[in-house]
Design a protein around this ligand. Structure first.
Ligand code: NAD
Length: 253
């Protein structure tokens, strides 16, 4: 049995879009820290199988379900499944996200709707479902994965920037609503992180981003996972409504 398996469970976490990229790194970190986890995904069943296999050695209970969190049914199912199979809910990481990049003049209604519905409405629906058990427990941690693009904007990403900026406002509002019940709500704004989402960027764009990053490297999913672990852990118990930028210094206000 692994070390984590020998230790006591410290809580239950749901990570949306947890089967690859940043979400998978978060799941790995949280299982290593002693959480049982439920991961949701949409579409990519191969990644889901691989994630399950990879996390099986953690010694923790792992649940992986196909649940589209951009619908109330999918978001509700994810939280319901966590409560049924893992018994409680301590942490929700709203990580599922997509891009449909193009200049505004060419952006279709569908490009706009699907990005807003997944990145922003998905977090609203999943948080709404998760808040019930957290309110009953009078404790909980919600972390929304926003983006520096939501803070500074980016040509070709008006839909994504609007959704990610919306998540920051959502984070602050929900933090004010549930703080008195022992629940914190924070956001993380990653910069350029090396995942499938950014794999399509041109070499030119990557070189430009690298040049502007004081720490002189791209971020890894593990860098973001470390920030999540901090925000859900005891050292962050007096932090709520905050957006933590994880970008190697790329964008400084
Ligand atoms: P990714 O494409 O590798 O992973 C996205 C995950 O979300 C997948 O598991 C996918 O199945 C899931 N997903 C997508 N739509 C879903 C839906 N409707 N329901 C359930 N699951 C869904 O992307 P990533 O780079 O790991 O990004 C994770 C998060 O981090 C996203 O919110 C993204 O916007 C944000 N982010 C990424 C970067 C970056 O540079 N990679 C930077 C800033 C923010």
């Amino acid at each position: 049995m692994s070390e984590a398996g020998d230790s006591e469970r410290i809580g239950v976490a749901v990570v949306t879009g947890g089967t690859r990229g940043i979400g998978l790194a978060v799941a790995k970190r949280l299982t290593a820290d002693g959480y049982d986890v439920l991961l949701t995904y949409k579409g990519d069943a191969d990644a889901a199988d691989a994630a399950k296999t990879e996390l099986a050695g953690s010694g923790r209970q792992i649940e992986v379900i196909a649940a589209d969190i951009s619908t109330a049914d999918g978001a509700g199912q994810a939280i319901e499944a966590a409560m049924q199979s893992l018994g409680r809910l301590d942490v929700l990481v709203n990580n599922a996200g997509i891009t449909r990049d193009t200049l505004l003049m060419r952006m279709s209604d569908d490009d706009w709707d699907v990005v807003l519905t997944t990145n922003l409405k998905g977090a609203f629906l999943t948080s709404k479902a998760a808040i019930r058990p957290m309110l009953r427990q009078r404790s909980g941690r919600i972390v929304n994965i926003s983006s520096v693009v939501g803070q500074v904007g980016n040509a070709g990403q008006a839909n994504y920037a609007a959704a990610k900026a919306g998540l920051i406002g959502f984070t602050k509002s929900l933090a004010k609503e549930v703080g008195s019940r022992g629940i914190t709500v924070n956001a993380i704004a990653p910069g350029f992180i090396d995942t499938r989402m950014t794999a399509g960027l041109s070499d030119e764009m990557k070189a430009m981003l690298l040049e502007r990053t004081p720490l002189n490297r791209f971020g890894t999913p593990k860098d973001v996972a470390g920030a999540v672990a901090f925000l859900v852990g005891p050292d962050a118990s007096f932090i709520t409504g905050h957006t933590l930028t994880v970008d190697g210094g790329l964008f400084m206000p």
